[in-house]
Design a protein around this ligand. Structure first.
Ligand SMILES: O=P(O)(O)OC[C@H]1O[C@](O)(COP(=O)(O)O)[C@@H](O)[C@@H]1O
Ligand SMILES: [Mg+2]
Ligand SMILES: [Mg+2]
Length: 343
């Protein structure tokens, strides 16, 4: 790894064609905005930032916090010199239109996990950059068309995870120099791990395949997986994704039976598409349970999609539980031994 590599240097050398220059400008703008957002979050109440409601709701019905709105304004301001055709923000009901001839469009979640602000837990910013074709409706292509995606985590360290479609690199903010420095190159999600993350309070609402997977995990070494598992739930997608990138595991926000949750909770354009791109680029997987997230195309700007992401063996196992439960039962490690026990 080039210890001296910085995000700005990487972006400066990222190609000369107009589309690559636009991608570099957009990533640079988001990185710049994230330095400001990180400072605000770090100051918290000292900068007048609280978890108080802003007095409005976003298009998805979530209560907007002051910081959701501030983060959104900071990103919009940072985009002023970026050649974009359209911006899709979680905090804006409709698309913000730019130059229809521009080579890219950008979707972003200015502040992910914002219900955690008051609790001093990790939150983040997620982004997805897609090509724009003049005359074609922005964001009408599947997630597999993304040019770049990533997210910033505002945790004990502020770090930026980035894929430009050729692996995943992680940069950490050097606060003194206000520069992102490369700390991990070509990150790989371990294929098989024993950690899972899901909001278990929704157990009664889940579909059977998700219950089956979690039941297998809970049964541990005595169950069909013949292995003990560990559970984590932070309630902040960016923090879960960062953990999975660094030590593996699987995260599930599945569809469930609650009204409005038929496609889960997370939004396709600025949450599940970019996370799926990052995970696949790091050798992991991302599925709805029934199909690859990157094969989905948005029908609406704030459309939701289920997300099961992380270590490829786990994602494949959960897909099998959805698509072929009897094959899933046959391939459980204890299947053969159970037969013996029954004799
Ligand atoms: O409270 P729930 O239903 O478990 O949802 C938690 C999920 O919602 C989110 O907070 C949604 O993101 P926003 O905070 O941007 O709305 C994710 O970060 C997190 O994984
Ligand atoms: Mg979010
Ligand atoms: Mg948000």
């Amino acid at each position: 790894m080039d210890q001296g590599q910085t995000l700005s240097r990487l972006l400066e050398s990222y190609g000369t064609d107009p589309r690559k220059r636009a991608v570099a400008a957009a990533v640079g703008a988001i990185a710049g905005a994230s330095v400001e957002i990180s400072e605000l979050i770090g100051q918290g109440a000292l900068a007048g930032i609280t978890g108080a409601a802003h007095g409005s709701a976003n298009a998805d019905g979530d209560v907007q916090k002051d910081l959701d709105v501030k983060a959104d304004e900071t990103i919009i301001a940072a985009m002023k010199d970026v050649p974009y055709a359209a911006l899709a923000s979680e905090e804006s009901d409709t698309l913000m239109m730019g130059d229809p001839q521009a080579p890219i469009s950008i979707a972003y979640d200015p502040l992910d996990g914002s219900s955690n602000i008051d609790t001093n837990m990790t939150v983040g910013t997620i982004f997805s950059i897609i090509p724009n074709e003049p005359g074609v409706t922005p964001f009408s292509a599947p997630g597999s068309c993304q040019l770049a995606a990533g997210f910033v985590v505002y945790g004990p360290q502020t770090s930026l995870v980035l894929t430009l479609g050729d692996g995943v690199d992680i940069f950490t903010l050097d606060r003194k120099a206000k520069t992102y420095r490369l700390i991990r190159e070509r990150v790989k999600v371990p294929a098989d791990t024993a950690e899972y993350a899901i909001n278990a309070s929704n157990h009664r609402h889940w579909e059977q395949p998700v219950r089956d997977f979690v039941d297998e995990c809970l049964a541990g070494a005595d169950g069909p997986r013949a292995k003990d598992f560990n559970m984590r739930w932070i309630g902040s997608l960016v923090a879960e994704a960062y953990r999975i990138l660094t030590r593996g595991g699987v995260f599930l926000y599945p569809a469930d039976q609650r009204p409005g949750y038929g496609e889960g909770r997370l939004r396709l354009l600025y949450e599940t598409h970019p996370m799926a791109f990052v995970m696949e680029q790091a050798g992991g997987g991302a599925s709805t349970g029934r199909e690859r997230v990157l094969d989905l195309t948005a029908r609406a700007i704030h459309q939701r999609s289920p997300l099961i992401m992380g270590s490829i063996d786990k994602v494949n196992r959960i897909e099998l539980l959805h698509t072929d439960p009897s094959a899933a039962a046959r391939t459980a490690p204890l299947f053969g031994r159970r037969g013996l026990f029954r004799v």
